[in-house]
Design a protein around this ligand. Structure first.
Ligand SMILES: Nc1ncnc2c1ncn2[C@@H]1O[C@H](COP(=O)(O)OP(=O)(O)OP(=O)(O)O)[C@@H](O)[C@H]1O
Ligand SMILES: [Mg+2]
Length: 283
């Protein structure tokens, strides 16, 4: 049974007078398998948030259906198994980070002791230990995002629906979020994530889908979609110029085209992390 199954979903928003205004979803079908990280990519207004809101039972589709672990959106069974990170912060501004998490723990049905333990664990995990007793209203956007994700995880839900989880995070925060998602995958959770920043979902998702104007236009594993099967890249160390020239000559002799042969560049992200001394995995 898929963790999230979306079948032929259609949604049109109407204006105040009931006139049809915007087609947000136009026959969308997709399935997130159990234990899979699935990325929904698409430009602004393509229907990602609308899909999520329908999956949570917050709005109703015109037609089509969604199930979460086989349950109807919004049902008690579905709600118990789902953690949702909304696009905009839904945190109460006058609570501290710690109070906010304790409250969410209580709402997720944890005992006081469990909620306290999970709160301490998660504050550490999302790097908010230092700010635990500060009020949320003074938090930066990235800090709110970190607290948001901690709140989503507090009840240990099986299915996670994360709307733009890296928005507002600095590059280090974004990397940490990706590590967190990788950890969730290892724990066997099912994750549905949206983003309009393509790089964000690379290396994190098992599969991605491209949404445009409420329609799915492409779907597949990153391997299927991105691997260039007609070319080959070879990296050598050390960069011995003579050996490289000889290899290039051999390739030409064999009738191959040498498309590129140069020292590889690090990504700006990798460079940024090395400047901060964060590029080595934790011991
Ligand atoms: N409550 C609403 N009333 C009217 N139109 C809406 C409403 N919610 C969404 N829409 C419209 O539906 C379309 C899809 O919006 P949606 O928020 O799902 O896009 P999105 O893919 O999440 O975009 P973004 O990347 O900007 O978050 C847009 O044209 C939007 O204006
Ligand atoms: Mg959105």
């Amino acid at each position: 049974m898929p963790a999230v199954e979306i079948t032929n979903l259609c949604k049109t928003f109407k204006d105040f007078f009931g006139r049809r205004r915007v087609t947000a979803l136009d026959g969308l079908s997709l399935a997130v398998q159990s234990g899979e990280v699935y990325g929904l990519l698409g430009p602004n207004g393509s229907g990602k948030t609308t899909t999520f809101k329908i999956a949570l039972g917050l709005i109703r589709p015109d037609s089509g259906q969604v199930t979460i672990q086989g349950h109807k959106p919004g049902s008690l069974a579905a709600r118990k198994q789902t953690g949702y990170l909304a696009e905009e912060s839904t945190l109460l501004p006058f609570l501290s980070a710690r109070e906010s998490l304790r409250l969410q723990g209580a709402l997720a049905g944890l005992s006081r002791a469990q909620s306290k333990r999970r709160t301490d664990e998660l504050l550490e995990k999302v790097g908010l230990n230092q700010a635990a007793d500060r009020r949320v209203q003074g938090f930066s956007k990235g800090m709110q995002r970190r607290l948001g994700i901690a709140g989503v995880l507090i009840g240990d839900p099986q299915v996670l629906i994360l709307d733009e989880p890296t928005s507002g995070l600095d590059p280090l925060g974004a990397v940490e979020m990706k590590q967190l998602i990788a950890e969730l995958r290892q724990q066997g959770k099912s994750v549905l994530i949206s983003s309009h920043l393509l790089g964000e979902l690379e290396n994190v998702c098992d599969r991605v889908a491209f949404l445009n104007q409420g329609k799915l236009i492409n779907e597949g594993t990153l391997e299927d979609l991105l691997r260039e099967k007609e070319t080959h890249e070879l990296r050598l160390s050390p960069a011995d110029p003579e050996a490289i020239r000889a290899l290039e000559a051999l390739a030409r002799q064999r009738g191959l085209t040498v498309i590129s042969s140069k020292a590889p560049m690090r990504s700006l992200e990798a460079f940024y992390l090395s400047v901060l001394g964060k590029d080595k995995p934790k011991p």
